[in-house]
Design a binder for this molecule. Structure first.
Ligand SMILES: [Zn+2]
Ligand SMILES: [Zn+2]
Length: 279
């Protein structure tokens, strides 16, 4: 496998989380089992087989590889990808692709779909993605990936299989939909983006920005630029019921050693060992 961009990998039960994220450098994530990715700050060669992407916002470190990705899929004779983008950015992104298409003299076939907070995107019978509002210095979105299952209605629990079958054949709905939040993605945002979407605290895996960790970096200033501070996480520590919380998108001002030092000092138990630093 060609190794071009940095990719860290973490396996959590049936999901593999792959990606890289540093503020102002580049951010990209994917979960191969779900066949989806978040953000296109760069596009490792190994990621091109993932056909569906969600762009949290259009800062360059989250979107610069859009033309590269679309072009590679065409060159490798893969189906045109589907890319969900914040409403309001579609026209500019389409224009950008048209310009690159002329410069590169190659077609850039893809389906870009504008989305907004409150939308739900059905990716399959078993999976949907909900979109929430986040707070950043440009329009930005957060995402929760839900697994959908059908469960027998509680009032039918005691019935025999044949009785349930007869009801079903008679046109009665015998199951309810159960939704399980599997993965949440909070791209660049102040803590309001997290609080606005309670499912982010419930998802099995939460990937969240944690740009600033040093005690000397003032929270109010950081919020003004649309980012999160370690203190924000500490203040909310009891709310995280996730099985795994991935802190990422650290500022380039910090050395990896400093990041670990500041975080472990602010939160010695690392959310009972559930907090994983993506460095
Ligand atoms: Zn960023
Ligand atoms: Zn940003």
């Amino acid at each position: 496998m060609l190794k071009d961009q940095a990719v860290h990998t973490l396996v959590h039960k049936d999901l593999t989380i792959e990606g890289f994220s540093r503020a102002a450098v580049q951010t990209y994530w994917r979960i191969p089992e779900l066949k989806i990715g978040f953000d296109l700050g760069a596009q490792p060669w190994s990621f091109m087989g993932t056909p569906t992407w969600f762009v949290s916002h259009t800062h360059l470190d989250h979107v610069a590889a859009l033309p590269v990705y679309v072009s590679r899929r065409r060159m490798m004779k893969m189906d045109p990808p589907v890319i969900y983008v914040p409403e309001g950015t579609l026209e500019l992104l389409e224009r950008l692709l048209r310009l690159f298409s002329r410069l590169d003299r190659g077609r850039l076939p893809c389906k870009m779909v504008p989305i907004k907070p409150g939308d739900e995107i059905e990716l399959s019978r078993e999976m949907l993605v909900s979109v929430s509002a986040t707070t950043h210095s440009v329009p930005s979105l957060g995402f929760v990936v839900w697994e959908r299952r059908r469960k027998l209605k509680p009032e039918l629990q005691g019935l025999a299989g044949e009785q349930i079958r007869d009801l079903r054949l008679g046109g009665v709905e015998v199951t309810d939909e159960v939704r399980l939040p599997r993965v949440a993605y909070l791209g660049d945002s102040t803590p309001e983006g997290l609080d606005a979407c309670p499912a982010m605290y419930e998802a099995d895996v939460l990937i969240m920005e944690l740009t600033f960790v040093a005690p000397g970096h003032r929270k109010d200033k950081i919020h003004k630029f649309g980012h999160m501070h370690m203190d924000d996480l500490v203040e909310r520590r009891r709310r995280f019921s996730n099985k795994l919380v991935i802190g990422a998108h650290f500022s380039t001002r910090y050395h990896p050693r400093q990041i670990r030092h500041y975080v472990e000092k602010a939160l010695p138990d690392m959310l009972d060992g559930r907090l994983h630093l993506w460095i």
